[in-house]
Ligand binder design. Sequence first.
Ligand SMILES: C[C@](O)(CO)[C@H](O)COP(=O)(O)OP(=O)(O)OC[C@H]1O[C@@H](n2ccc(N)nc2=O)[C@H](O)[C@@H]1O
Ligand SMILES: Nc1ncnc2c1ncn2[C@@H]1O[C@H](COP(=O)(O)OP(=O)(O)OP(=O)(O)O)[C@@H](O)[C@H]1O
Length: 267
Amino acid sequence: MIAFPNAKINIGLQVLNRRDDGYHNLETVFYPLKLYDALEIVEAGKLQFSVSGVPIPADGRDNLCVRAYRLLQDVYDLPPVHIYLHKVIPIGAGLGGGSADAAFLLKLANQQFGLRLDEPALISYARQLGADCPFFIRNTPVLATGIGDIFNQVQVDLSPYHLVLVKPDVYVSTATAYGTVSPEPASKHLAAAIMQPVETWRDTIFNDFEPGIFARYPEIAAIKALLYEQGAVYAAMSGSGSSVYGLFAERVVLEGLNSSHQLYYID
Ligand SMILES: C[C@](O)(CO)[C@H](O)COP(=O)(O)OP(=O)(O)OC[C@H]1O[C@@H](n2ccc(N)nc2=O)[C@H](O)[C@@H]1O
Ligand SMILES: Nc1ncnc2c1ncn2[C@@H]1O[C@H](COP(=O)(O)OP(=O)(O)OP(=O)(O)O)[C@@H](O)[C@H]1O
């Protein structure tokens, strides 16, 4: 059985406070992005993992797909499988690619082995794999609070816009990015701002990671400026970076980008 885990972008992100366990409470809108990995599980003699496409930097831990399968194997009598992952979603980009793979692995195993896990059960397993993971279970636009794992549906539709995504040759570690932010109680009301026309977002919807990350990596700030110069209605860094997206009313061919940046046109 095969699945196509998609990326996400964050529209607005306020880091509210640091919790005793080191995680941060936040407020953000998650929006699914049409940029996909491919993930397949096939029964095999032992648990194996193969990856192709974008190289995944080693961090000394098993791949999130393997961790997700093991989590289920701890509870259910599951056969060993060979997990095949073809990686397209850029890594260290604030696009939640690893989290998507893990969440889709849970959904895939649930289907393939008839585990009959409902959405809350899948979300509770996903929560054990990473803060961004639970979103990808339902995978619809939501206003998220808590550590990014408590959801309220929001009516946001970016389909009239052409989305341009730029990934500079910079890897931002999520944990390091949180270290650059000074948490503050919510001063802006994302729930209200997100309901307003996209044209207003530039003045009302902000990502708290931008000031710290832009100071450290001016080339990321330059990408955002370039998107606005070339007509974006709204542009922002996604999550903890390093990717930046722009929403355009008309189809655009972005010019003047550094050749080391990766460019994606997503409609
Ligand atoms: C920046 C975002 O992508 C916004 O959606 C997420 O908050 C990141 O979520 P994620 O990559 O799934 O994060 P995890 O893999 O769970 O955690 C990585 C590290 O990020 C920090 N972290 C993550 C999420 C959160 N709400 N507060 C945090 O402080 C913690 O230091 C943690 O050790
Ligand atoms: N399937 C996977 N895909 C990508 N990274 C993975 C995967 N499994 C484990 N990782 C580890 O997770 C790290 C980054 O993950 P990910 O791509 O989710 O981060 P990100 O792009 O910063 O997104 P976000 O912070 O929004 O979750 C990588 O350095 C890698 O070592």
